[in-house]
Design a protein around this ligand. Structure first.
Ligand code: PLP
Length: 368
């Protein structure tokens, strides 16, 4: 028994990749394992994703590139984020491909690649409407691509973009972005037929085959999280993470007894309360105070009182068979009951991505 543990089902990751790959056909699947695999553990999930049909990996930061590059030396890796000059060195040393969208940064990367003694593979990013990283000017993107292709220290590996509203199924903006990208990608590909065109994230893969191009960069769906914030089963996805703890103590609470900081809950009637030893120090957000369920012995028990750093309390009712040592599930399945990350996200008015990313390093990730 462990105080708190995130159980990771690699078979689910493999199955989710196979599901995405079936959608993608010939297009490659790039498994996005940034932020420690969305909180699921990057190394294990990357290996499972590669088993499930992914042929490439992507991360956001230089330190993630170092970690993944070391472990998966022969798998093409893309670092998608903005990098400082020092980080460019680290990313090149890690053998990762880089994103660029400005001429001064292109020169910097070329110079660093020369110093390393080998060319750097680069993906030119077009900002088709995300309004974040990328160059929004189609003409400059074409020029950048040409400059990369002509530079002996660079290898033009890709032209890409990212969608702002792929997860909003009624959004016409998605189609607008796709149209804008289509034009730029076609022009760049005409000049450089060998490069990879890529745009789709998980939501785009599932909603529109026209967005697949040569490769899709999928994160959330790999982990069995629904990009549309509904039940992942609707998309044939299997959740890969369960957040589990145990009941450390069971206490009699006469009516009026309060649980936790600030006395935000008082027993309305005589009841039993279970203490579960994990809290916001583990990534169980304080906003779940009086606002979540926990599964014990296959039944939902309301989280009562304030989430503290290391403990939560749950109402077990006036009669209970729950004993210290019984398993407590905050995310995952127990018997017939299931709590999805999507449910927790809805209670927090956020998205499933944030729920699993928030599970802290204090919680060990263990394979099922
Ligand atoms: C640039 C980029 N591409 C792809 C992804 C993967 O998106 P998703 O997890 O929605 O599949 C992300 C994730 O945020 C991203 O930032």
């Amino acid at each position: 028994m462990e105080r708190a543990v995130a159980r990771i089902d690699y078979e689910a990751v493999r199955a989710n990749c196979a599901r995405l790959k079936a959608e993608l056909g010939e297009a490659e699947l790039c498994a996005v394992v940034k932020a420690d695999g969305y909180g699921h553990g990057a190394d294990g999930c990357a290996a499972a994703a590669l088993d499930g049909g992914a042929t490439r990996l992507a991360v956001a930061t230089a330190s993630e590139a170092e970690q993944i590059g070391r472990r998966f030396q022969h798998v093409p890796l893309l670092t998608m984020g903005a990098l400082t000059a020092e980080e460019v060195d680290a990313v090149i040393s890690a053998g990762s491909e880089l994103a660029l969208w400005r001429e001064d940064f292109r020169r910097l990367v070329a110079g660093r690649a020369r110093a390393h003694g080998h060319s750097a593979r680069v993906h030119v990013k077009f900002d088709s409407g995300m309004g974040r990283l990328g160059n929004p000017d189609p003409r400059e993107v074409l020029e950048l691509a040409r400059a990369c292709a002509a530079d002996p220290d660079l290898e033009l590996a890709g032209i890409w973009t990212h969608f702002a509203t792929a997860d909003e199924l009624d959004s016409a903006y998605f189609d607008e972005q796709l149209d804008r990208f289509e034009e730029v990608a076609a022009a760049v590909k005409a000049d450089h037929p060998q490069l990879l065109v890529h745009a789709a994230n998980s939501a785009a893969v599932l909603r529109d085959r026209g967005s697949h191009y040569d490769m899709a960069r999928c994160g959330v769906a790999l982990y069995g999280l629904d990009p549309f914030q509904r039940d992942p089963a609707e998309q044939g996805l299997v959740p890969a993470l369960a957040l589990c703890s145990h009941v450390a103590d069971v206490k009699r609470f006469p009516a009026g007894t309060s649980a936790g900081y600030g006395r935000k809950w008082k027993a309305p009637v005589d009841t039993w309360v279970g203490v579960v030893p994990l809290g916001y120090g583990d990534g169980v957000r304080r906003a779940l105070s009086n606002n979540a369920d926990v599964l014990v012995n296959g039944e939902r028990r309301p989280l009562v009182g304030t989430v503290s750093m290391d403990n939560i309390t749950i109402d077990l009712g006036p009669e209970t068979g729950v004993r210290p040592g019984d398993e407590a599930v905050l995310i995952g399945r127990q018997g017939e009951e299931q709590i999805l990350a999507e449910e927790v996200a809805a209670r927090l008015e956020t998205i499933n991505y944030e729920v699993t990313c928030a599970i802290s390093a204090r919680v060990p990730r263990r394979p099922v």
